[in-house]
Ligand binder design. Structure first.
Ligand code: NAD
Ligand code: UDP
Length: 388
């Protein structure tokens, strides 16, 4: 239930504000809208080209928050209404982006335009109108770890100073230009630098968020059900799709890369703290991830296979995974981040935030959702006769 007497981390009452949320119809946006509407009195001007993931929040009747969310179907690439919405709001949150790795090397121009050029007017309107901005960047701005360049048997690889990623100290290490995978990271890095410079030179009040593999219900799409059959979503949806169809999970280059996964609902708590504690969040870049949930992609596949068997009641495949080369899976120009452990010092100090949910628990609730949402649709799709 929305509380009218919310207080910030310093015990001061939180004033209800109006938030222009760009990309509100996506995975993170849908969870952020749910949280804000159900637990606060803030208003949302939701901007996106799609609304499917928030349609349950937009029904005109039946919700106590019906008058606190307005949807604006706007493509921010070319719509003059954007500035007016930013001016009307106290805070703008920009989530809009092309952010699936399969696009970075195959659609590098769209990726760069989406993550840099299209974000420019948002920064400009916030800066010119004295509005606060929370901008979503990515952990990918760190690129590869320093440790990945050491010899495989170097003991320094075990030293956290060679791999833990710190907002104010770690370098951003990308591959050669022909490795177009880095088009996304590079565009995100440049928009971060621009926002930071707007803060330094023109006083823009900003917060930059670097998500580390947030996962949960409504992430991406299941190919052939609510997205294109040939589409390649992020790993959670790829592996969910394989499990739902009873086919082996594909391990790109053996699945040796390491990731830390955080439950979307934990991560959203961090964003609400940023929204309601501007004095503690402004001027900062925050890692938001769960350093305790680290696995290789191969281990992720094994755990997801076990969890899916538990939630679906179906036995695991005899051969649960197969190896596939990155060139075959993603095409030319793919490259990978080797390891992603977020340093949590800054977010702990400023906002006292810590993630709570273990990898097993977050996969159990997410795969329960995937099974409930998609299992029947997949059965129907598989049973459908192929047109001759
Ligand atoms: P998403 O693709 O589910 O959401 C992005 C939303 O932006 C989509 O609904 C899309 O329709 C909208 N959008 C894109 N271009 C638009 C445009 N021109 N006009 C209007 N709307 C537009 O992705 P997400 O996982 O929710 O990610 C949100 C943000 O967080 C992105 O900036 C992404 O780079 C960043 N991020 C997310 C993760 C993660 O773990 N999910 C990791 C790193 C970074
Ligand atoms: N990956 C994989 N099989 C898949 C999809 C992804 O092995 O079916 C790997 C991918 O190569 C990367 C990791 O899983 O090493 C995470 O990929 P994701 O798309 O989630 O995004 P990233 O964390 O790289 O931004």
């Amino acid at each position: 239930m929305a509380s009218s007497a919310r207080v910030d981390l310093d015990g001061k009452p939180v004033r209800a504000i109006s938030i222009c949320m760009i990309g509100a119809g996506g995975f993170i946006g849908s969870h952020l809208c749910e949280k804000i509407l159900s637990e606060t009195q803030h208003k949302i001007l939701a901007v996106d080209v799609y609304s499917d993931k928030i349609k349950h929040l937009l029904e005109p009747d039946g919700h106590p928050w019906a008058d606190r969310i307005q949807f604006h179907r706007i493509n921010i690439k070319h719509d003059s209404r954007l500035e007016g919405l930013i001016k009307m709001a106290d805070l703008t949150i920009n989530l809009a982006a092309i952010c699936t790795p399969a696009d970075y090397n195959t659609r590098p121009l769209d990726t760069i335009y989406s993550n840099f050029i299209d974000a420019l007017p948002v920064v400009k309107y916030c800066s010119e109108n004295g509005k606060r901005l929370i901008h979503f960047s990515t952990c990918e701005v760190y690129g590869k770890t320093v440790g990945s360049f050491l010899p495989k048997d170097s003991p320094l690889r075990q030293d956290p100073s060679y791999y833990v990623l710190k907002e104010d100290a770690s370098p951003c290490i990308f591959g050669a230009i022909e490795k177009q995978r880095w088009s996304y990271a590079c565009a995100k890095q440049l928009i971060e630098r621009l926002i930071y410079a707007e803060g330094a030179e023109n006083g823009l009040e900003f917060t930059i968020v670097r998500p580390f593999n947030w996962i949960g219900p409504r992430m991406d799409f299941i190919p052939g059900v609510d997205g294109p059959s040939e589409g390649v979503p992020r790993v959670l949806a790829c592996f969910s799709n394989n499990l739902l169809r009873g086919e082996p999970l594909k391990l790109v280059d053996g699945g040796q890369s390491q990731r830390t996964f955080v439950y979307i609902k934990d991560a959203i708590e961090a964003i609400l703290l940023m929204i309601e504690n501007p004095a503690r969040a402004n001027g900062h870049i925050f890692n938001v991830g769960n350093p305790n949930n680290e696995v290789t992609v191969k281990q992720l596949a094994e755990i997801m296979t076990q969890v899916y068997s538990k939630v679906s009641g179906e036995p695991s495949l005899e051969v649960p995974t197969i190896d596939v080369s990155s060139k075959e899976f993603y095409g030319e120009g793919y490259d990978d981040s080797d390891k992603r452990i977020p340093d949590m010092t800054i977010i702990n100090k400023q906002l006292g935030w810590n993630p709570k949910t273990s990898l097993w628990d977050l996969l159990e609730s997410t795969l329960t959702y995937q099974h409930r949402t998609y299992a029947e649709a997949i059965k129907r799709a598989v049973a459908r006769p192929v047109a001759s």
